[in-house]
Design a protein around this ligand. Structure first.
Ligand code: HCA
Ligand code: CU
Length: 388
């Protein structure tokens, strides 16, 4: 038999030589903007180490927020991690100076360029915004920093102005441009068109920073890749301002399995990363959250159990071990004859057709929903495979 995903892979039509898409993780910047999140410096440093070990390409943190954040930024920069540490601030020379003071090699500057941001947030004209953007980039370059510039609320900005800002900052020497859908208003084709617009007029590398207000963040991040960005912004569990941005787990797994993008991610850390954030924030990922949710690898219906007990790939796209999660089977009303027989064998009971039917009927008759959950351990998994 072919690999169970063989035909699906054909529909996915991934490139023969898939391009490398990088990941910038912003748990320490965007993530801290999530209601209820405030890390200690020790936690920030640990998160940075774990993200680096996991294999993200860039880690973003803002030293502007507080003295403690500045301290954390300095300390993390000194660790000599493999990932670039991106020091995030406003498009102001004084914020770039804070990054310089932290010993940063990479900084990021954001400036709202939509009419509503210009008029009601920044209260500056387009010309003033353009000058500010150029001055900030030139200032960073003069001091030997690499700079990413974020055209904040760019998806809602006048495309003509968007284009002139991007051209001007490219002229000033910007190293990357981040294209954000700051309020998550685009659908995937919209994100594609937004990126294409900029991709066609500048040649600097582009980032996608997309918010999940309507639930399209992950889809939009990948639409952006199709249009030419080579870096996606994530946070662990997707935390961020309001409802946040694409979760690291979904992006890393999709890059690896659905896009075949070359990377060294340690995907088996994903559950631990999620647990770490849960411990440090008390935000519990909802049970049906992809990859890391507690139900992501639970199997319940009798027909599913029957298949899973022979070959888990029947109902799993990716084995749980690959992402650090565990497979569990749920026994209750829906267990069916095969589920009941398996439960009996676990309990050391003689299992025969009639007995299994009776137990299945008994479970249904109890009307008590899910009774127990049992991990389908590696040992049992091995037995199943050997049997085949
Ligand atoms: C913010 C806005 C931002 C910036 C994104 C970026 C956005 O500072 O909170 O710097 O790439 O969503 O536009 O998060
Ligand atoms: Cu954001």
């Amino acid at each position: 038999m072919r690999d169970p995903n063989y035909y699906a892979d054909m529909y996915n039509a991934y490139d023969k030589e898939p391009k490398k898409i990088k990941v910038l993780d912003s748990t320490l910047r965007e993530g801290e903007q999530h209601p209820g999140v405030s890390f200690t410096n020790k936690q920030r440093i640990q998160i940075a180490w774990m993200l680096d070990y996991f294999g993200v390409d860039q880690i973003e943190i803002s030293p502007i927020v507080s003295a403690a954040h500045k301290e954390a930024t300095k300390t993390i920069i000194k660790q000599g991690l493999r990932a670039d540490i991106v020091s995030h601030g406003r498009a102001l020379k004084e914020d770039v100076d804070v990054s310089i003071d932290c010993g940063a090699t990479w900084c990021a500057a954001y400036l709202g360029i939509s009419d509503i941001h210009l008029r009601d947030k920044l209260r500056i004209s387009r010309q003033e915004a353009l000058d500010r953007a150029i001055d900030t980039v030139e200032h960073a370059k003069k001091h030997g920093l690499k700079i990413r510039f974020t055209v904040e609320d760019g998806s809602r900005a006048d495309p003509e102005f968007l284009v002139s800002v991007c051209k001007a900052i490219e002229g000033a020497g910007v190293d990357r441009i981040s294209l954000p859908d700051t309020v998550g208003i685009l659908r995937p084709i919209g994100m594609y068109n937004f990126v294409k617009k900029v991709r066609s007029i500048v040649s600097v590398p582009l980032d996608a920073h997309v918010h999940n207000d309507i639930g399209f963040a992950v889809a939009n991040a990948f639409a952006a890749c199709e249009a030419g960005v080579d870096q996606i912004h994530t946070t662990i569990d997707g935390i961020g301002e309001r409802i946040g941005i694409p979760p690291l787990a979904e992006v890393a797994v999709a890059l690896t399995y659905l896009y075949k993008s070359p990377n060294d991610f340690r995907l088996d850390m994903l559950l631990d990363l999620s647990r770490l954030i849960e411990d440090y924030t008390t935000i519990q990922p909802y049970d049906s959250k992809p990859i890391v949710g507690s139900s992501a690898y639970k199997h319940k219906a009798g027909t599913h159990l029957a298949a899973i007990l022979r070959n888990p790939a029947a109902y799993e796209p990716i084995p749980p071990r690959a992402v650090g999660n565990k497979r569990r089977i749920v026994f209750g009303e829906l267990a069916g004859k095969t589920g009941a027989a398996y439960l009996m064998s676990l309990l050391g009971l003689e299992k025969d057709e009639e007995g299994a039917k009776a137990v299945a009927a008994g479970l249904k008759g109890l009307r008590m929903g899910d009774l127990i959950e049992i991990p389908l351990e590696d040992r049992l998994e091995k037995k199943i495979t050997e049997k085949d």
